[in-house]
Design a protein around this ligand. Structure first.
Ligand code: SAH
Length: 273
């Protein structure tokens, strides 16, 4: 018989099926998007390294009114899609925050059916937890800090704590820091948010991560969170100022970190991460 003995088939089939082939990078609004020209976009380490092409508007997988942007390409054994929320249709600024992050993740999962999601973005870091500007964190856990619903069970639903997909080998190999990520829709930190962030035991604070995690979990898609620190929340400098000052340099750091992650992932099984 030409086909291999049945006993050898399941293992082979599983190994094949388990190898990661489709990676979806959900990029946080990376701040300088409003400055981006086509030439600048090509110079983005991620787009450049992976030789990604921007999907033309008339071939978009997204509804035509959505400002979401997708780059895609083949890199080693992987098909990579990189999506960004784009600019707010009314205000022309980056569509930061949980609402657009969740919608973008939802639409991308529905069409692209990725094996793994990498949510990459900038974040505030807590000095008290050992974070410095330019550090790259891999989040072990994510939760919200601005969804206060003081009714039994709704309270924990609001916090929405969940584990990121565990990647011990990746963490070991790439020397990132590990810490918990707390997400809310504000760049600043109100006292009640601060309380919740402490209770979430968070080292880094962003505006998208837990929203991406919620959608990824809903569709059983493993997700990891790579966050580079642009500002120190419990430091001396005003957050917005420090954020803008460090944004460009830290974005490059972030992108180079994501390149390393993708290199590590290539050719591996999801269980090898
Ligand atoms: N892009 C805008 C502002 C972005 S708001 C500009 O250029 O002015 C900050 C973005 O970076 C969000 O996407 C958020 O996820 C992340 N971020 C960085 N520092 C943060 C902090 N201290 N708190 C919350 N989010 C932060």
């Amino acid at each position: 018989m030409a086909s291999p003995p049945p006993s050898e088939q399941p293992g082979a089939a599983t190994a094949e099926a388990d190898t990661i082939s489709k990676v979806l990078i959900v990029m946080g609004a990376i701040g300088f998007a409003r400055l981006i020209t086509a030439m600048e976009a090509e110079a983005m380490p991620l787009v450049h390294n992976f030789k990604l092409d921007e999907a033309p508007a008339d071939e978009s997988i997204f509804p035509k009114d959505a400002p979401w942007i997708r780059y895609h390409g083949k890199y080693k054994s992987l098909h990579i899609d990189l999506v960004r929320p784009g600019k707010d249709i009314i205000f022309g600024v980056d569509s930061v925050g949980t609402v657009s992050a969740a919608l973008l993740t939802y639409a991308s999962i529905q069409t692209l059916k990725p094996d793994l999601i990498i949510n990459a973005g900038t974040a505030g870091g807590f000095n008290a937890k050992g974070a410095s500007v330019g550090d790259v964190y891999l989040a072990s856990d994510v939760a919200f800090h601005d969804r206060r619903i003081p009714i039994p069970v709704f309270d924990t639903y609001g916090v929405g704590a969940r584990k990121a997909f565990a990647t011990p080998n990746l963490l070991n190999e790439l020397n990132f820091k590990a810490g918990k990520l707390s997400t809310g829709d504000s760049l600043d930190m109100a006292p009640q948010d601060e309380e919740a962030i402490v209770s979430n035991d968070a080292t880094v604070k962003d505006m998208e991560g837990a929203a991406v995690a919620y959608v990824a979990d809903m569709f059983s898609t493993p997700a990891i969170f790579v966050k580079a620190v642009t500002d120190i929340v419990d430091g001396e400098k005003p957050t917005a100022e420090e954020f803008l000052m460090n944004l460009r340099a830290v974005t490059t750091t972030l992108e180079l970190a994501v390149v390393k992650v993708v290199d590590f992932i290539s050719g591996k099984h999801i269980s090898d991460l």
